[in-house]
Ligand binder design. Structure first.
Ligand SMILES: NC(=O)c1ccc[n+]([C@@H]2O[C@H](COP(=O)([O-])OP(=O)(O)OC[C@H]3O[C@@H](n4cnc5c(N)ncnc54)[C@H](OP(=O)(O)O)[C@@H]3O)[C@@H](O)[C@H]2O)c1
Length: 256
């Protein structure tokens, strides 16, 4: 069976590496490729043309995948965004594994009061399942969350509560050494926190470095990548997998 990831750009995606390693380890005769898709509105047509069994969808096509899928199931319906497409009985079904994948990442954490930093697409996906307060650098993107009843803050209006789980969903630290909030504010937040999670992967971000200085338990963005991938693979193969085993297989290749 053939699988792909649709995106633009897509050459940086680690999904082919991860999933092909899994197929190899499990002796499965499948192949996972990448596809640079410019016109998102063509996504389902391409899916069918390429005779795919399944696909992942990354920036900027998640909304097109939602709009064009033959049917959308699960949390993707509320999110308005699809990151996984699966051929089921001749129909292309859309799912979203970003939010559920994130919940797997924090499953072992004993938290009460989560705080999400950032208000973009990733924050939206996570917040559908995790009722958290949201703080963002600027006002505009907060509107979406405000309308849905979340407590939202900019840096200027932020109120320090005892947040115990802090999640960075911004791209700060990805290509620079920036923190997602002013250092003094983050330090004050970290004083009372237990856990810090970043969605950026490929490096130890200034956010996670600072969290470690405060002895917080941390998870980098590879965990989200891995868990959204495990849930997508379960949908692709139509079976429940031993998540611990698959996690090990994915980390083995990604950490090298
Ligand atoms: N690990 C994974 O599997 C995974 C999955 C999805 C995404 N990601 C990563 O998540 C990150 C965000 O993606 P996205 O699609 O959610 O982005 P997005 O929709 O463009 O949103 C970006 C958010 O980051 C904020 N921001 C950007 N630069 C900042 C800075 N220097 N300081 C403070 N805030 C800043 C923006 O604030 P304003 O509103 O003020 O502009 C906005 O809230 C990317 O790095 C992406 O690679 C990882």
């Amino acid at each position: 069976m053939i699988f792909t990831i649709f995106g633009n750009p897509v050459e940086h995606s680690k999904s082919p590496l991860m999933h092909n390693h899994f197929f190899k380890k499990k002796d499965l005769n499948h192949c996972y490729t990448r596809y640079l898709l410019e016109d998102g509105s063509q996504i389902i047509q391409k899916f069918k043309e390429l005779k795919l069994k399944g696909a992942n969808v990354t920036v900027p096509h998640k909304e097109w995948a939602y709009k064009k899928a033959d049917e959308v199931r699960g949390v993707a319906k509320e999110m308005g965004a699809v990151n996984t497409l699966v051929l089921e009985n001749g129909k292309v079904i859309g799912y979203n594994t970003d939010g559920p994948g994130f919940m797997e990442v924090i499953k072992a954490f004993d938290y009460k009061n989560p705080l999400i930093i950032g208000a973009g697409g990733t924050a939206r996906a996570i917040s559908f399942l995790l009722k958290a307060d949201i703080v963002n650098r600027s006002e505009k993107r907060l509107e979406f969350f405000k309308q849905r009843g979340f407590n939202t803050y900019t840096w200027d209006t932020f109120e320090f509560k005892n947040y115990d789980l802090i999640i960075n969903t911004t791209s700060a630290g990805l290509k620079d050494e920036n923190l997602p909030m002013p250092k003094k504010m983050l330090e004050k937040i970290f004083q009372n926190a237990k856990y810090a999670v970043d969605v950026v992967y490929g490096k130890k971000t200034p956010f996670l470095k600072l969290a470690e200085q405060y002895n917080l338990q941390t998870r980098d963005g590879l965990y989200l990548l891995v868990y959204q991938g495990i849930l997508a693979m379960e949908l692709f193969l139509g079976e429940n997998l031993d998540k611990k085993e698959v996690e090990q297989i994915y980390f083995e290749i990604l950490r090298n």
